[in-house]
Write a protein that binds this ligand. Structure first.
Ligand code: COA
Ligand code: AMP
Length: 630
C-alpha cells in the first residue's frame, strides 16, 4: 500500500489503525480499545492492558527460538573493544541484574536513575529496570553534577546505576565524583548506587551506599518480567524547556511498544535479524528509542558505538562500523556528517569499505542542511532521509517512510506526517495558514501512542507548555511551513531552545547560570549559526555598575561556571561584555534581533525597540568575536 493510502486509512479510523499495530506486541492483557479520551485534552492509549517492555525487547525473541541471534553489537574505538551479545545472553544478564535490584528493594513503579556511557551495560540497566516494571531516567554523561542533582530531586530515584567513568577522546570522564557531588547536592537521597567498574578507571566505592555491579548480583535470584498497566510510565527523560528546570517527559509503556515496533518496519524498513545503528547516546531520546528499545523490540541487532564520527581514529569510522557489522539502516545527526565531510570532503575514506548492504541514512536532531544531504547522497548513492521528531514524541512526527514507500526526497524537508500526526501550521490566532506560509507547527490532539501523556509530577506545566497556546492542539515549539504537496519544512524554534551539535539546550537555563555570577547584573544567551554544530551558544554580559574586574576574567569565569553547572555538553565557550542589552520599551530582550545581527542576516529593528543605538553596540561587540560581518 502507498503512504497516502495508509495515512488516509489512519485518518479515517485512527483506533483501528493502532489496534492493528498493537498486534505486533506481546501482551499479558491485550487491548480491547485503543484511545481513552475520558480526560481530554489529556489522552491515554491502551487503557486496561498489561504488558512488559523488557519481555517484548528481549524474552520474546528467545522464546521464539532466536536466542542465538545477536542483540547488541558493542563497538568502542575509544577502548579498542568489540563484542556481541545474543538475545539469550542479554536475557540472562538482564534477569540477573533485575533480580539483584529487586533484592535491594526496587519494585514496580520505583524510579531508577541511570548515568552511564555508551556501553552495553547501559542498555542492560534500562532493560533490567523495565523488567521490574520500574521507571528509569537516563541522564546524559555530558551533564554536570548540578544537572544530575536537579533530576534526582525531580524523580526521587530509589537507586542510581552508574559507571565508574566515561571515555571521551580527549579525556576520561570521572563519573563517580560527579555522581557523589550530585547526591551531596540533592535533597533526595537514593537508597543505594550500583557502580559498573570500567577497567579504564575503577572508582572507590562509598561504604553503605555503593555496591559493585557484579558483586551485588552474586547469590540473588534472576527476576522474571513484571507486567505493568499499559499507561504506566516506562521511563522519564528530561529535556530542555524555556526555563532552567528541565521537563520530565513521561513515556507510557504500551504506546511506546506499539509505536516503536510500527516505526521499525514502516519508517526504517528493518525487521528481525537486521542490523540497525543509531549513532547517538543512550542519554538522548534517539538513544532510548533507537539504540535500545526500537531495534530490540523488532528483533534487530543494535549497535552500541562508543566513539565519535571523527578522531576515533578518523572520519572513516562510521563507514567501518557500517561495513563490518552489516548495518542495514543507519541513523545519525547532520552535525556528525558535517564533521565527517569537513575532515574527508571527498569521502575518500568511504572507499575502503563495502557499504553495499546499507539501504538508507536517516537524519534527525536538527535541521538537515541541503549541502550535507547532497554530499552524503552523492558519496553513498542511497536515500538520505531527514525526519523530524522530539523527545516529547519519542518517534518521528514527519518522515519518509521507507518501509511503506520511498517518497521523492525534497531536500530541506523531513517529508510528510506519519500516521498518528495531524500536523497543522497555525498563525498566532491559531488558524491554519495557507500552503507555503510560515507559522507555528502544531499537531491536532490526540497525539498518537508513545508520545508524552504528561510531564513527570508537572501536569500544569504540561498543559501550559504544550496545550494552552492552541486549544485542541499540541504545540511543537517549532515553526515552519507545508508546501503544496504536503511536505513539511521545519525552520526554527519558537521558544528559547537552541540546538548545538544535535543536542537540545535551553538558553534560559544558561542565562540562569550566568546571572548567578557575582559580577553579572544582566545577561542574555543566544544561539548563533555554526558551520559544524548548527548553532553555538553565545553570552552577552552586563556587569554590575562599579565592577572593576577585568572583562576577560569575568568571561573566563562564566565559561567555567557553565561547564560546572550545566556541563561540557552546553558547549558554552564564547561571551562578550556589553553596556546594555537591546530591549523593547516593555523590557523584553530582543534576542531574535541579536541572532540576526550575529549571523549577518538582514533585519528590521522592531518598532517597539527602546533605544535603537544599542544595536550598534551589540554589532561592535559581536564583530570583536568575528561575527556580524554583514
Ligand atoms: N560525557 C562527557 N562529556 C561529553 C560527552 C559525554 N557523553 N559527550 C560530549 N562531551 C563533551 C565533549 O568532550 C566536549 O567537551 P570539551 O568542551 O571539553 O571538548 C563537549 O562535551 C562538547 O562535545 P561535542 O558536542 O561532542 O563536541 P565536539 O567538538 O567534541 O565534537 C562532533 C563535535 C560534531 C564530532 C560531535 O558533536 C558529534 O559527534 N555530534 C553528533 C552528536 C549526536 O549524535 N547528536 C545526536 C543526538 S540525537
Ligand atoms: P530533541 O527533543 O532533543 O530531539 O529536539 C527536538 C527538536 O530538535 C525539535 O523540536 C526541532 O527543533 C529539532 N529537530 C529535530 N529533528 C529535526 C529535523 N529533522 N529538522 C529540523 N529540526 C529538527
Amino acid at each position: 500500500m502507498a503512504y497516502a493510502d495508509i495515512y488516509a486509512g489512519w485518518k479515517s479510523d485512527p483506533e483501528g489503525f493502532w489496534m492493528e499495530a498493537a498486534k505486533g506486541i506481546d501482551w499479558v492483557t491485550p487491548p480491547t480499545s485503543a484511545l481513552n479520551a475520558s480526560k481530554a485534552p489529556l489522552y491515554e492509549w491502551f487503557t486496561g492492558t498489561q504488558v512488559n517492555t523488557c519481555w517484548n525487547a528481549v524474552d520474546r525473541h528467545v522464546k521464539a527460538g532466536r536466542g542465538d541471534q545477536t542483540a547488541i553489537i558493542y563497538d568502542s574505538p575509544v577502548t579498542h573493544t568489540k563484542r556481541t551479545l545474543s538475545f539469550a545472553e542479554l536475557q540472562t544478564r538482564v534477569a540477573s541484574l533485575a533480580g539483584a535490584l529487586r533484592a535491594k528493594g526496587v519494585e514496580k513503579g520505583d524510579r531508577v536513575l541511570i548515568y552511564m556511557p555508551m556501553v552495553p551495560e547501559a542498555l542492560e540497566a534500562m532493560l533490567a529496570v523495565s523488567r521490574l516494571g520500574a521507571i528509569h531516567s537516563v541522564v546524559f554523561g555530558g551533564f554536570a553534577a548540578n544537572e544530575l542533582a536537579v533530576r534526582i530531586d525531580d524523580c526521587n530515584p530509589k537507586a542510581i546505576i552508574a559507571a565508574s567513568c566515561g571515555i571521551e577522546p580527549s579525556r576520561v570522564i570521572h563519573y563517580k565524583p560527579l555522581l557523589d557531588g550530585a547526591i551531596a547536592q540533592a535533597a533526595h537521597k537514593p537508597d543505594f548506587c550500583v557502580i559498573f567498574q570500567r577497567e579504564q578507571e575503577p572508582a572507590g566505592l562509598t561504604p553503605g551506599l555503593d555496591v559493585d555491579w557484579n558483586a551485588f548480583q552474586v547469590g540473588t535470584t534472576p527476576a522474571d518480567c513484571v507486567p505493568v498497566a499499559g499507561s504506566d510510565p516506562a521511563y522519564i527523560l528530561y529535556t530542555s524547556g524555556t526555563t532552567g528546570a528541565p521537563k520530565g517527559v513521561v513515556r507510557p509503556s504500551a504506546g511506546h511498544l506499539v509505536a516503536l515496533n510500527w516505526t521499525m518496519r514502516a519508517i526504517y524498513n528493518v525487521g528481525a535479524g537486521d542490523v540497525f545503528w543509531a549513532a547517538s547516546d543512550v542519554g538522548w531520546v534517539v538513544g532510548h528509542s533507537y539504540i535500545c528499545y526500537g531495534p530490540l523490540i523488532a528483533g534487530c541487532a543494535t549497535v552500541v558505538f562508543e566513539g565519535k564520527p571523527v578522531g576515533t581514529p578518523d572520519a572513516g569510522t562510521f563507514w567501518r562500523v557500517i561495513a563490518e557489522h552489516k548495518v542495514k539502516s543507519f541513523f545519525t545527526a547532520p552535525t556528525a556528517l558535517r564533521a565527517i565531510k569537513r575532515d574527508d570532503p571527498k569521502a575518500q575514506l568511504m572507499a575502503d569499505y563495502d557499504l553495499s548492504q546499507l539501504q538508507a541514512i536517516f537524519l534527525a536532531g536538527e535541521r538537515a542542511d541541503p549541502d550535507t544531504i547532497h554530499w552524503a547522497q552523492n558519496a553513498l548513492n542511497i536515500p538520505v532521509i531527514d525526519h523530524w521528531w522530539q523527545t516529547e514524541t519519542g518517534w518521528a512526527i514527519a518522515a519518509n517512510p521507507l518501509g511503506i514507500e520511498a517518497l521523492p526526497v525534497k531536500i530541506g524537508s523531513p517529508t510528510v506526517p506519519m500516521p498518528g500526526y495531524d500536523v497543522q501550521v497555525l498563525d498566532e490566532a491559531g488558524h491554519p495558514v495557507a500552503a507555503g506560509s510560515l507559522g507555528a507547527i502544531a499537531v491536532k490532539l490526540p497525539l498518537p501512542p508513545g508520545t508524552l501523556p504528561t510531564l513527570w509530577n508537572a501536569e500544569d506545566r504540561f498543559r501550559k507548555s504544550y496545550l494552552t497556546t492552541f486549544p485542541g492542539y499540541y504545540e511543537t515549539g517549532d515553526a515552519g511551513y507545508v508546501d503544496e504537496d504536503g511536505y513539511l519544512y521545519i525552520m526554527a524554534r519558537t521558544d528559547d531552545v537552541i540546538n548545538v551539535a544535535g543536542h537540545r539546550l535551553s538558553t534560559g537555563a544558561m542565562e540562569e547560570v550566568l546571572a548567578g555570577h557575582p559580577d553579572v547584573a544582566e545577561c542574555a544567551v543566544i544561539g548563533v549559526a555554526d558551520a559544524l554544530k548548527g548553532q553555538s551558544p553565545l553570552g552577552f554580559l552586563c556587569l554590575n555598575k562599579g565592577s572593576d574586574r577585568p572583562e576577560a576574567d569575568v568571561i573566563k569565569e562564566c565559561v567555567a561556571l557553565m561547564r560546572d553547572k550545566i556541563g561540557p555538553v552546553a558547549d558554552f565557550k564564547r561571551a562578550c561584555v556589553v553596556d546594555r542589552l537591546p530591549k523593547t520599551r516593555s523590557g523584553k530582550i530582543l534576542r531574535a534581533t541579536m541572532v540576526k545581527i550575529a549571523d549577518s542576516e538582514p533585519f528590521k529593528a522592531p518598532a517597539t525597540i527602546d533605544d535603537p543605538a544599542v544595536l550598534d553596540e551589540i554589532r561592535t561587540a559581536l564583530q570583536g568575536l568575528g561575527l556580524a560581518k554583514g
